[in-house]
Design a protein around this ligand. Structure first.
Ligand code: GTP
Ligand code: MG
Length: 236
């Protein structure tokens, strides 16, 4: 079974080489990486090309986009490419080590009996970075609860971006309907998947703050998430 890990990158030059090393070291057969870079000013795109030359059988492809076009479309293009490359399973994760690489074998075990596995901060056993203060915890919990209330999503962690999909799930989704750009993309796709009747399971993860590089989180992305949670149901 072929697994492709889609890594969206924007200014992740400090993180990408180590991510690729850690992924390569996993005890998973036929695991590959696909980088989707938005012409990062810090040269992440060129670095990805160098890694591809170094490990041609492991870094399967690097998608170069002309500029910062957003996380949503980066994933959509990455998913399409992963399917073209023949992936049986597609994993999405951040390139900043917030999502623990070592959880991947557990996720691939779990996918045997479901369609989507979610690396979850809010299921039993899941954890947020211990350094988070109560305000940040409250904001994250509040956003997640709002999404669940407004959309009826059954997932505990609706906004997290660490998932493993079976090929048929991505083939079944109509990505032309997806409008979210920032982390709203995570619950919009979850909602579309739930509506199609696919089965989810959540596996607990410890979410850690990035230690290198800068966050791309912005007020615009947070406001988009609340707006999408509000309007999405009517649109689908
Ligand atoms: N290709 C591409 N990647 C992006 C874009 N925005 C963010 N990313 C990547 O998506 C992942 C998540 O972005 P982060 O900046 O960590 O944002 P976040 O995880 O939502 O926020 P933090 O919790 O503050 O880290 C990282 O791998 C980023 O490099 C974008 O517009 N295009
Ligand atoms: Mg992050």
């Amino acid at each position: 079974m072929k697994t492709v890990v889609v890594l969206p990158t924007y200014n992740e030059a400090e993180n990408l080489p180590l991510m690729v090393e850690q992924l390569r070291a996993l005890p998973v057969v036929d695991l590959h990486v696909l980088v989707v870079d938005d012409n990062s000013p810090d040269g992440t795109g060129q670095l990805a090309d160098e890694l591809r030359q170094r490990y041609p059988d492991f870094v399967l492809a690097v998608l170069h986009r002309p500029g910062k076009l957003g996380l949503g479309t980066a994933y959509i293009q990455g998913f399409r490419r992963a399917l073209e490359l023949g992936a049986d399973y597609v994993i999405q994760m951040d390139t900043d080590f917030s999502h623990p690489v070592e959880a991947i074998p557990r996720m691939l075990e779990a996918i045997a009996s479901v369609d989507v596995v979610v690396g979850s901060r809010y299921t039993q056993g899941g954890q947020l970075d211990p350094s988070w203060g109560w305000r940040r915890r409250l904001l994250s919990w509040g956003a997640n609860s709002f999404v669940r209330w407004r959309t009826g999503l059954k997932l505990q962690d609706t906004t997290g971006g660490f998932r493993c999909y079976r090929r048929r799930v991505l083939e079944a989704l109509d990505f032309s309907r997806v409008r979210s750009d920032g982390f709203a993309f995570q619950f919009e796709t979850a909602y579309a998947i739930q509506r199609k009747g696919f089965r989810f399971v959540e596996v607990p993860i410890l979410f850690r703050d990035r230690t290198k590089g800068a966050s791309k989180m912005s007020l615009r992305i947070i406001l988009e998430a609340f707006w999408r949670a509000w309007e999405m149901k009517g649109r689908y």
